[in-house]
Design a protein. Structure first.
Length: 136
């Protein structure tokens, strides 16, 4: 009885897994993708606008707070671009879609690294180069 029960459980688990995988990297219609891209653009614009408002509120504060606010704006922009790029990938077939999404993530990671360097005050960057340390 246990062997039959575990076989049945395994079969159900395999079926559920297959159905879940079938939903991954499914190709969307061009119209659905266009709608999703439009929604992602709108969300990205709203997020960036919100971060810019917050950055403007810190304009009179110290340099570190301003740099942090500028970093947040840059990250919001990069995140929005990533979401838009990933939505555009939805019209591609499975393997191409996966590669496209991986490229979107890689671009996001690269964009995330850029503003961090710019937000570090110049003196700290010089010290980082001299010492090779990432400590502040």
């Amino acid at each position: 009885m246990t062997r039959t029960h575990s076989s049945w459980t395994l079969a159900v688990a395999a079926a559920v897994g297959m159905m879940a995988l079938a939903g991954c990297n499914q190709r969307e219609s061009a119209q659905k993708t266009a709608e999703d891209v439009s929604d992602a653009r709108k969300d990205a614009q709203e997020n960036v606008a919100e971060e810019r408002r917050e950055a403007a509120d810190t304009a009179n504060e110290n340099t570190e707070d301003r740099a942090s606010a500028e970093y947040d704006v840059a990250i919001a922009q990069a995140d929005g671009q990533r979401k838009i790029a990933k939505e555009k990938c939805e019209t591609l077939a499975s393997d191409a879609q996966k590669a496209c999404k991986e490229q979107a993530e890689a671009s996001y990671d690269s964009a995330k690294a850029r503003p961090r360097r710019r937000s570090t005050p110049r003196r700290s960057r010089v010290r980082l180069r001299r010492t090779g340390s990432n400590r502040r």
